[in-house]
Write a protein that binds this ligand. Structure first.
Ligand code: BGC
Length: 739
């Protein structure tokens, strides 16, 4: 019998009480262990933030319930299974996006899935598909940056990795959750969970496409955002959740609300008077699983019994949840349903394994961006190599700040006293381990913490800087400055860190800066006074080791920015794919451009691009010479989906590494739609590839762009391809085609 039928068959045996309980997701951090067991026995469908033996105990209880329906356990494993202190902590999603490396990112998701399932869990609330355009927002580190194409590609491979390429029932396949639906990052002013005033054309042009990719990749669950879009909370918006997501986009998995979304309809967003109205709205709008609002249970029973809510809506939610439980193998693969009783004492050894550590090294190498280098790096290449290095600043030796958000330090409750149980290397330790090899002395002074207003240890730092031939500044932000409910009004470095910079500039010793920072900060002055600058974001547990090796020249950096750096907070939001039409094109009192744009990233090698040519597998229909013909064409019915199918533009070009060291080059292909019926961005990323080149090697590269990728959302909200001129931009090469 197919799994959908098995789900329906099981649901038909369930009482109303059992069905509504199935829709509950209980937060283990909000109930006692005893209460959790009671919820399990009454048939709560899911729990979150519980691991290991606690989860096994809950599962054992669930299996004692009448229909023995297993619980599905969810966790925020967004850069590794990082809520577990024995796990492998990979770089933050933003850092991983800087790698532009689909294969590695997929492997990270695969490794995460192995660690999560070893802990008796089945579901991660990842990937996050929000677009990171307003850097004041506290959750930028969780995004894949500012570009919807990159976000969609990263999401796709992560989903494939987590969900084991569709074979979820295998031991280590876990359920992915695309979140937050939708436009959560677009909240006005970067204010977490505030209203996102996004009009429908923008929704369709920018925000839905990454979710469509996630759905096409088979994502089994989607999380409804906390916030409202155009004044309607996501969890109370049937047009978004039902009409668009479920009907139009074809999403067949289940929708889980974000944390307390239903309760928030009452006390935060004030669109419901009480839990009855809130539950009514949530069900009618197409939410299926209700995270952390257990009072939904009693209210919903009353709503159904009174006839206000059709039982068929409950049935639909339960069918979707059970279908995923069947997909996951919870009813068929006993290894997936771990209980204390059947706990296999021999663990598989995935959590924090050597193999995952190796993978972590590989992704971290490719996730660190060299933003500036006047030639000072690599450090140990000739007789000018520094002999005395001063390592100054709060993020040189801070484990919490390097790991970032959603780790055992931060969730489910903040626990700064936690200690990592796997290898962690800070920058200080990374440099120390190279001291003998390159024969230098290292003098370290933290000075202050990332958010301090005073630079207490400055005197010592100045003394070191005066007697050293290089200063490495390790600055950035700290956990108190980002994450949920930690939005910033200014991206400037703290006063303490500014004082460090000022003092170091005064001393005059050359400065190399390393930033361990959740997101781009205002580093205008810092960049100006630094001879070189490396951005590590939250670089995960091995970041210090890898960064030291990049400084030394043992690793050739290859990452590119997935997000733009402003020169000043007042420019926000600022992103590369901006729209034309701004009167004057700039602020009267400031630059209009970014300090570092999306796609920027240096290496120690030089790659030359050349010989750009193209071929089409279709006959272009556009007659660009005759203005009347052109107008006729543009007002005629436009080509439809059938017309677009399979049509592609193939771009061919050469890459030549003219340097003496091997490198990896990230190729970015942008397209500018020259004339369109609605305003389109000045350029948009349409393809990317990472290519490795040995020293002096020359390679031919072919990249295909589908004609369908050139569609826009027109005046009637239809996705259409409009004939006309398109300019393809690859590095310093351009090609205009009439299509
Ligand atoms: C966040 C979600 C997260 C959920 C469960 C919420 O606060 O917005 O992204 O998955 O909590 O921890």
């Amino acid at each position: 019998m197919d799994l959908k039928c098995r789900a329906v068959e099981l649901r038909e045996k369930m009482s109303l009480e059992e069905k509504v309980a199935q829709m509950l997701q209980i937060s283990y951090s909000r109930v006692s262990h005893k209460e959790a067991l009671i919820f399990a026995k009454m048939g709560a469908g899911s729990f979150l933030h519980v691991m290991g033996d606690d989860a096994r105990a809950i599962q054992e209880e669930a299996l004692k319930s009448r229909l023995k329906i297993p619980v599905i356990f969810g966790i925020d494993a967004i850069h590794g299974h990082a809520l577990n202190s024995s796990s492998t902590v990979f770089p933050s999603p933003l850092a991983m996006a800087a790698s532009f490396d689909r294969n590695l990112v997929k492997s990270v998701a695969r490794a995460t899935a192995r660690e999560v399932s070893e802990d008796a869990l089945h579901w991660t609330f990842s990937p996050l598909l929000c677009i990171g355009r307003d850097l004041r927002w506290g959750r930028i580190s969780e995004t894949f940056g500012e570009d919807p194409f990159l976000i969609g590609e990263m999401a796709k491979v992560m989903i494939e990795g987590y969900q084991n390429d569709g074979d979820l029932k295998e031991d280590n396949g876990i359920l992915a959750c695309a979140k937050h639906f939708i436009a959560y990052g677009e909240s006005t002013g970067g204010r977490d969970s505030y209203d996102s005033p996004v009009p429908e054309r923008q929704l369709r042009s920018l925000f839905l496409p990454p979710f469509q990719k996630a759905i096409d990749a088979g994502v089994g669950s989607i999380m409804a955002g906390y916030q409202s879009v155009d004044l309607l909370p996501c969890s109370a918006n049937p047009y978004l959740l039902k009409d668009i997501l479920q009907k139009e986009m074809g999403f067949e998995g289940f929708v889980v609300t974000d944390w307390e979304n239903v309760r928030s309809l009452i006390g935060k967003q004030f669109v419901a008077k009480d839990i009855y109205e809130a539950s009514y709205k949530a069900i009618k709008s197409g939410n299926h699983m209700i995270m952390n609002t257990p009072e939904f249970y009693n209210a919903t029973l009353d709503l159904v019994k009174s006839g206000l809510v059709e039982e068929s809506l409950i049935d639909e939610a339960v069918d979707r949840i059970l279908k995923i439980k069947f997909d996951l193998g919870l009813f068929d693969n006993s290894n997936k349903v771990q209980t204390l009783k059947n706990k296999n004492n021999k663990t598989k050894g995935y959590i924090g394994s050597k193999a995952h550590e190796k993978l972590n090294e590989e992704i971290t190498k490719r996730a660190m961006v060299l933003l500036k280098n006047d030639g000072i790096l690599p450090l140990f290449k000739d007789e000018k190599a520094p002999k005395r290095i001063a390592l100054i600043g709060p993020n040189a030796d801070d484990v919490m700040n390097m790991l970032g958000d959603w780790t055992y330090f931060t969730h489910p409750e903040p626990k700064p006293s936690n200690t990592p149980k796997t290898k962690v290397v800070t920058l200080k330790e990374g440099l120390e381990s190279l001291r003998e090899k390159y024969d230098f002395d290292l003098y370290y002074e933290k000075v202050c913490s990332t958010s301090d207003l005073e630079a207490a240890g400055l005197k010592k730092a100045i003394r070191y800087a005066q007697t050293c031939d290089l200063v490495i500044l390790a600055l950035g932000d700290g956990l108190e400055e980002y994450g949920e409910e930690k939005d910033r009004a200014s991206l400037e470095l703290s006063l303490g860190q500014k004082a460090i910079l000022e003092a170091m500039v005064e001393v005059g010793t050359p400065i190399v800066t390393v930033l361990v920072s959740s997101k781009p900060l205002d580093v205008y002055d810092l960049a100006k006074f630094s001879s070189a600058m490396i951005y590590g974001f939250n670089w995960g547990s091995l970041g210090g080791e890898i960064c030291a090796k990049i400084l030394a020249g043992e690793i050739n950096p290859s990452a590119k920015l997935p997000i733009s750096f402003p020169r000043h907070t007042g420019q926000l939001p600022i992103y590369y794919n901006y729209l034309p039409g701004w009167h004057g094109g700039k602020y009267v009192d400031f630059h209009q451009s970014q300090l570092f744009e999306f796609g920027h990233g240096l290496s120690y090698s030089k790659v030359i691009y050349g010989n750009l040519s193209y071929s089409l597998n279709f006959k272009a229909q556009f007659d660009e010479d005759d203005p009347i013909e052109r107008l006729k064409r543009s007002i005629k019915t436009l080509p439809n989906e059938e017309y677009l199918k399979g049509k592609a533009i193939k771009l061919s070009f050469t890459l030549e590494n003219i340097s003496d060291i091997d490198c990896e080059e990230v190729i970015l292909v942008y397209v500018k739609d020259e004339i369109s019926s609605v305003i389109t961005p000045v350029k948009e990323l349409k393809a990317f590839e990472r290519v490795s080149l040995r020293a002096k090697e020359k390679k031919e590269v072919n990249i295909e762009i589908l004609l369908e990728q050139l569609c826009i959302i027109d005046g009637n909200y239809n996705k259409v391809f409009e004939n006309g001129d398109f300019t393809f931009i690859i590095n310093d090469m351009q090609l205009k085609l009439s299509l």
